[in-house]
Write a new protein. Structure first.
Length: 157
């Protein structure tokens, strides 16, 4: 009986991965890792914008409650800011309505990073108020203007 032996040429295909295959695998893993890191960075940026948005809603809800607690100030128009007031401006002091507006602006400016400028305006009519909040969310890239986000919240005192 004769045994067949395998030649040296047939063993070459089972020896292992070559350098090219290893380099392609490392390249694909690197691209996957970079894509994951990029997705995480975008998610963090968007999350900060959502935090500022939530803080704006809470601060405005607090302002609405303050206006409801001061009907005389609402009826006299003391809560109308007559335009946009930014947080880097000096906060108004004086009567209760001005102090409420000042606390509202402080609540808005306490969110986000220190360089973020937040502005707000309150317009009141005979039976309702509209609060408008605008900030630069350039890092998240939201809004119609590059980075500018504006929300308006209406409420009845």
């Amino acid at each position: 009986m004769r045994m067949m032996t395998r030649g040296a040429g047939s063993r070459r295909g089972v020896e292992g991965a070559g350098l090219i295959e290893v380099m392609v695998a490392v390249l694909l893993l690197s691209i996957g890792g970079l894509a994951t890191a990029s997705a995480q960075l975008v998610a963090l940026k968007r999350n900060e914008g959502a935090l500022v948005r939530t803080a704006a809603v809470y601060a405005t809800s607090s302002l609405a409650e303050a206006i409801r607690a001061n009907p005389a100030g609402f009826q006299s128009g003391a809560y109308d800011t007559k335009g946009r007031v930014c947080t880097h401006d000096e906060a108004p002091i004086g009567d209760l309505a001005r102090q409420d507006i000042s606390r509202w602006l402080q609540g808005l400016s306490g969110q986000g990073d220190a360089t973020m400028q937040v502005c707000g305006a309150v317009r009141c009519t005979a039976d309702a108020c509209m609060a408008s909040i605008m900030w630069d969310d350039q890092r998240a890239g939201a809004g119609t203007d590059p980075g500018v986000v504006e929300i308006e919240l209406g409420f009845t005192p």
